[in-house]
Design a protein around this ligand. Structure first.
Ligand SMILES: *[C@@H]1O[C@H](CO)[C@@H](O)[C@H](O)[C@H]1NC(C)=O
Ligand SMILES: *[C@@H]1O[C@H](CO)[C@@H](O)[C@H](O)[C@H]1NC(C)=O
Length: 476
């Protein structure tokens, strides 16, 4: 059986790259990237990639979209893609955001995820445009070694491609990688590679065909504490009596290199520059201005080591866990605060009300793996709808507290892989009949009334108890 079948497979094997190339040219022959510049920022625990693309349409028909490609590893950790169309030069640049949507391309290598940027006006033959793209990835720096002792620095691996993965041919390109310090232990050398201080430069590369990939790895020092909230539940309660109350449950972990050996507090306090350099000592939350009644507690109780400072523009809350967090260590805690209602609740022209609040997590440079936001509306609110500027899972439930009769509608929003760039305003619209404002006072009044009735009844009963004894004595 062997020979002919073998020949057949050999033929397929030889033809495969051609079939592949044919597929690509069929799908995307029209656009060409004349120039690509990529700046990869690895200075924190979150990877931010800024890409500038000069795209030209060399085909006969006009193009309405530009595609971006991501490898399977990138897709898994992709948190944000923002793209804008740039007009003008240098200081007079204007940016117009473009809608980004996942799409498919049959000719793309297996596992490659594509996103389409919809152009506001079609790109005709011979025309070019400049696009700027920001992509953010989480969990993309692997600690190596995976375990370090208290006195060691944290080093990480970063893997990528020296050339930009793209469904188009790239005429000229260059990639810069910025590291937090100049301690770059090792890096993959391709021709040409250059290191100057804290920056690695790959390229320039000329005439790379579509879907080119040139794997590289950089091993460097990164003592940024990897603050990851595995789960965050925020409960935002609106009361028409003047306040918005927020309560946030955190399950925080230091996701950097795991701590090895015993923790010495003496060493830690005596030599802060050499001991536990990558540990998480405190957390900073950016809260809205006019915040008050702030508390911070964990399973044991209130923690007083928090500082609140601020002005009319912003408030900053700095909290200190009971002990510094080393790699692999966890902390569960709750913070709560109140805000004035008039800063967040507004009315539309049609008389509907809406809450305008910030999405995401208030802590700086923190990744949230799983975020749930529950907006608890006043009792009697109707048809709540949430407007969030990106894709989130939406749900509704009902919550009961003291004096509630029919319960409060709760809008539940769920999202994954959240970074500080998700801290943008979102709105919850709802209808509310003012008569419901009377519900709670009425309940209170009736409760007080019932209390009096009960007291009177009790006093009456008390009298009636006294009587039988007198009756008894008269009998005897
Ligand atoms: C914790 O602090 C809050 C606000 O400061 C206070 O209301 C609460 O009673 C305190 N709880 C304990 C157990 O000290
Ligand atoms: C929501 O609040 C932000 C500022 O916090 C403001 O820029 C934005 O315009 C507000 N959005 C709406 C719809 O009111």
């Amino acid at each position: 059986m062997g020979a002919s079948r073998l020949r057949f497979f050999a033929l397929i094997f030889i033809l495969l790259p051609f079939l592949f190339l044919f597929g690509i040219s069929y799908a995307s022959s029209e656009l060409v990237i004349n120039k690509a510049e990529r700046r990869i920022d690895l200075t924190s625990s979150i990877v931010r990639v800024y890409t500038t693309l000069k795209v030209e349409n060399t085909g006969p028909s006009s193009a309405s979209e530009v595609l971006l490609a991501f490898s399977p590893a990138e897709t898994e950790h992709l948190s944000v893609i923002k793209a804008s169309f740039v007009e003008g030069k240098r200081k007079k640049k204007t940016f117009s955001p473009l809608p980004v949507n996942p799409t498919k391309l049959p000719s793309a290598p297996k596992g490659t995820q594509l996103f389409s940027l919809s152009l506001s006006k079609p790109l005709n033959n011979g025309e070019s445009i400049t696009l700027e793209v920001l992509t953010i990835f989480t969990h993309s720096l692997q600690p190596f070694p995976v375990e370090i002792s208290q006195s060691e620095s944290q080093f990480v691996h970063y893997r990528d491609s020296a050339v930009l993965l793209s469904p188009y041919e790239i005429k000229e390109q260059i990639t810069y990688i910025k590291t937090p310090s100049n301690k770059i232990e090792s890096y993959t050398r391709v021709d040409p590679t250059n290191v100057v201080g804290t920056e690695l430069k790959y390229g320039r590369f000329n005439d790379r065909p579509a879907f080119s990939f040139l794997p590289i790895m950089v091993h460097f020092e990164n003592n940024h504490p990897f603050a990851v909230v595995e789960e965050l539940i925020r409960r935002i309660e609106v009361s028409h009596w003047g306040s918005v109350q927020v309560k946030e449950h955190y399950r925080l972990v230091h996701a950097g290199a795991r701590h090895k050996g015993v923790f010495s507090r003496v060493d830690y306090q005596a030599r802060p520059a050499f001991s536990g350099v990558s540990s998480l000592k405190h957390l900073l939350a950016r809260l809205p201005p006019h915040v008050h009644s702030v508390y911070y507690r964990d399973e044991i109780g209130n923690i007083s080591s928090s500082h609140l400072r601020g002005d009319s523009q912003k408030s900053e809350l700095e909290i200190q866990p009971r002990y510094p967090l080393f790699g692999g260590w966890k902390a569960h805690f709750i913070i709560g605060y109140s805000l004035p209602l008039q800063d967040f609740l507004f009315e539309t022209e049609e008389g509907k009300r809406y809450l305008n609040f910030s999405f995401g997590c208030p802590f700086v440079e923190t990744v949230v793996d799983k975020l749930t936001i529950k907006i608890v509306l006043p009792e009697g609110s109707k048809v709540p709808t949430a407007e969030v500027p990106f894709l989130v899972e939406q749900d509704q439930e009902t919550s009961f507290s003291y004096l509630d009769v029919i319960g409060r509608p709760v809008v539940v929003l769920k999202a994954k892989n959240i970074v500080p760039e998700h801290n943008v305003p979102f709105q919850v619209h709802y209808k509310f009949n003012r008569i419901f404002m009377l519900a709670e006072p009425l309940m209170l009044v009736s409760a007080v009334f019932l209390f009096f009735v009960a007291c009177i009844a009790y006093l009456n009963i008390d009298l009636s108890i006294a009587r039988p004894s007198s009756l008894q004595s008269s009998k005897e």
